[in-house]
Write a protein that binds this ligand. Sequence first.
Ligand code: PGA
Length: 252
Amino acid sequence: MRKNIVAGNWKMNMNHQEALALYNGLISNESEMDENVQVIIAPPSIYLSEFSQIKSNRIALAAQNCNENEKGAYTGEISAGMLENLEVQYCLVGHSERRAYYGETNELLKKKVDALLQSERTPIYCFGEVLSDRETGNHFNIVKEQVIKALFHLNEQQIIKVVFAYEPVWAIGTGVTASPEQAQEMHEFVRELLAEKYGQTTAEAISILYGGSCKPANAKELFANPDVDGGLIGGAALKIETFVPVVNGFIK
Ligand code: PGA
């Protein structure tokens, strides 16, 4: 069966002291976290090296981004191979902020996914429509395109290694959350796309996370949906008091 996953995306927040205190605080609270959930933290990449030396039984680390090239003259970038070297298992790919502010396209993201799989890292592939797409009823088409263009060149053994994260852009950092029905509808749609291309068994094995103002007050109803396998959490991941209850959102 597929994994339940809750991943915290810290974005560009917290100085070194604050970040270290939060990470250590989460580790001290590990016994409070539902053991059936894979917990992942994506801090700013400058902290990954230090965090990877701190022993945790429950928390895996993710980068927020990596470059598509193996190495070379790409000032400011980090490679998938560097993550492999630090044993950072996961990496976000195609977060909407990267698409919007850094012009990341589906074609580029395809290369990032390939680089990560090459280094045996797990891409957490983010996708989702902007508000105008939803208002014009174009949201399914947009999501289909984002998923197909960046991922459908993969074979069955490769696609099964990818974690999916549906993040409607209108819900990110806005306090507006997709309703449980809207989340389920899109997750089911994506799983059907996967089933058509790779077969039902493969589609059923892939985790699809929801992101966008997911917090303690709504995590339970979102995670109760059959095709919602966890969350990618921004704002609520910055405090132990809000992140741990989201991790525990699967507990009935
Ligand atoms: P949010 O961010 O939880 O603050 O809406 C989610 C994300 O960007 O991954």
